[in-house]
Write a protein that binds this ligand. Structure first.
Ligand code: HEC
Length: 215
């Protein structure tokens, strides 16, 4: 693997020539991408291929660079493509056990370089959201999800699939970009962070009327 200095050498040479020939935008982009790639290595369950962007990553990053939201028509197209990736529960069951869901929402382990490959992966939801009001250490990047099911009118856990908020919440957790192209929320199902069973448990934490979130 080349060192960063080797990648910067062409820039230094250009500047010695009086910075007359400034690299073009695409050349600088390529140089930057090469430097970023050279700065990382595979370690434990973390692989350098995390840097590979899909369409929605690319478009949202490009919009961020110029400080503008993406074009609304493009956003709709990207959201539709992301919605197609959502795997709905194979047995039509949307809710699991909220107690398991709380453990998954609390855990941020499983995909960092200090974790063992194959170790249980958490949802890290509290990192960005308030959920159970008893937990005082939570992030605020995302909206509070305290009283989520109660506020959204989920009353019948026996037939949750009949309620659009239930299918929306599943889709949102599976692939947040299906509803908001440039969402900062990780795509838990789509990126293989959480499996179907784990998503059922987190769903119960948010939607089960018995969950402390809805008391
Ligand atoms: C890195 C931060 C981050 C993490 C981690 C995160 N979220 Fe989010 N979440 C957000 C943001 C930001 C929004 C609001 C913007 C949007 O709609 O995407 C959001 C929106 C939501 C919504 C929709 C709320 C509404 O009122 O419609 C739900 C439900 C949700 N998150 C659940 C979860 C769950 C469950 C987890 C854990 C599996 C989680 N989030 C992890 C950042 C995060």
């Amino acid at each position: 693997m080349k060192s960063i200095t080797q990648y910067l050498a062409p820039v230094a040479v250009l500047c010695l020539a009086g910075c007359a020939a400034v690299p073009s935008g695409p050349e600088l982009d390529k140089l930057t991408a090469d430097i970023v790639r050279a700065s990382f290595r595979d370690q434990g369950p973390v692989k350098v291929d995390r840097l590979v962007q899909d369409d929605v990553n690319r478009e949202c990053s490009a919009a961020d660079v110029v400080g503008k939201p993406i074009d609304p028509t493009l956003a709709k197209t990207l959201e539709a493509a992301n919605l197609k990736t959502v795997k709905w529960p194979s047995d039509g069951k949307y809710l699991g056990d909220w107690k398991e869901g709380e453990k998954i929402a609390q855990s941020g382990r499983g995909l960092t370089w200090t974790d063992e490959p194959g170790q249980a992966i958490g949802g890290n939801c509290y990192n960005c959201h308030q959920i159970d009001a008893k937990e005082i250490s939570h992030g605020t990047i995302g909206p509070s999800l305290h009283h989520y099911g109660k506020l959204r009118g989920v009353t019948d856990p026996a037939s949750p699939a009949a309620q659009p908020i239930v299918t929306y919440t599943w889709g949102k957790i599976w692939n947040a970009k299906a509803y908001n192209a440039c969402s900062n929320m990780p795509r838990a199902g789509h990126m293989g962070i959480l499996n179907e069973t784990q998503i059922r448990h987190v769903m119960a934490l948010l939607l089960d009327p018995k969950s402390p979130v809805n008391q």
